[in-house]
Write a protein that binds this ligand. Sequence first.
Ligand code: AMP
Length: 401
Amino acid sequence: MIVLVINAGSSSVKFTLFNMSDGKKVLAQGLIERIGIEGTSMKYSNHKGGKFEQKVQVANPTDAVKEITRNLVSPEYGVLGSLSEINAIGHRIVHGMEKISKPVLLTKEAKEIVRECFSLSPLHNPHNLAGIEACEAVLPGVPNVGVFDTAFHATMPDYAYLYGIDYKWYEKDFIRRYGFHGTSHEYVSRAAASFLGKPYESLRIITCHLGNGASVTAIKDGKCQDTSMGLTPLEGLIMGTRSGDLDPAVVLHIMTLTGKNPKEMDVLLNKESGVLGIGGIGSSDLRDIEEAAGKGNKRCEVALKMFAYRVRKYIGAYIAVLSGLDVLVFTAGAGENSSTLRASVLAGLDELGLTVDPKRNDPRSSEIRQISTDAGRVKVLVVPTNEELAIADLTTGLLKG
Ligand code: AMP
């Protein structure tokens, strides 16, 4: 079964083509960036070692899908004899509100739900829908499946997802916590259980997805109990450019001080805050922040401490939510690659059963691995996430019934 995974964003379309029948092999992958703006370019690589990076004429998502599929069958870089070999397309979709809690075939009704979520996810869902419609136009007759970032969190209990504001806001305007990165949290938690050879449903797991966007999820009996992101991805951890949790009065106070409107506040909190705003070196990349801190930059030092401290606070809270813990997972860019961050998050938590073994934590690896001591009660694992593969798996699973 050949599955094309599409992640359509505001100005980019990412793609991965899998042969699910041949060891889930990646046949080709890449992205088109800066769609509709100056300097549109495409990166492409295939399993035969062919690759290129070049400027392309792409003005919209349909052009992007045309350009991607043209390359998938081109004499020079192609990996398919014909586009009719593509059996299914899996789409990453950010928001499904309470209406979608599992992968779905993107029928007219399902697409209507994606559209209904525009107001809650204005930066993502419209582009996700444009990606679906582009695939329908370029690859007619191929089934499109939607995999939703919010879906895994649909099992959160009401006392975890409601905000402490008048209930009418939930009833009328659907204002509640939804959570994001669900595909990644589910993928790495399931991978952790199978790595440990334990039934997924028997474990209490905390997953820390620490990338440019970052969130922590508490999982029990195979179900999400709570997660750190909320109505939008702004809530929770301090991230690359997002503030994470704030006293809402901070927002009101800055608006009063500066006269900024909601749109400007959105930019301030989502794009200019987090370690970017605290570190003050013009970078949101933790590698740059770690390097500057290493050279004695005090603001970068505190940015790193704040990042790790917030993760630690959520871990502590979620151990209480789960009434204990069996497995802690680190994943995503920083979670997978920064041993100093992991060590700093877990320093001195031996009494909670969390004991990191530096000999296991320090070496770099792209493999799933245990970094806790064998004596530690909680297994601490690093599990590389692979959202594209998770989407391809879920797409295949749905279509095979
Ligand atoms: P992601 O969003 O999962 O692609 O993660 C990207 C982020 O991971 C980057 O912006 C960095 O902040 C972080 N990252 C990646 N590699 C490292 C590393 N070796 N050390 C620290 N942070 C890293």
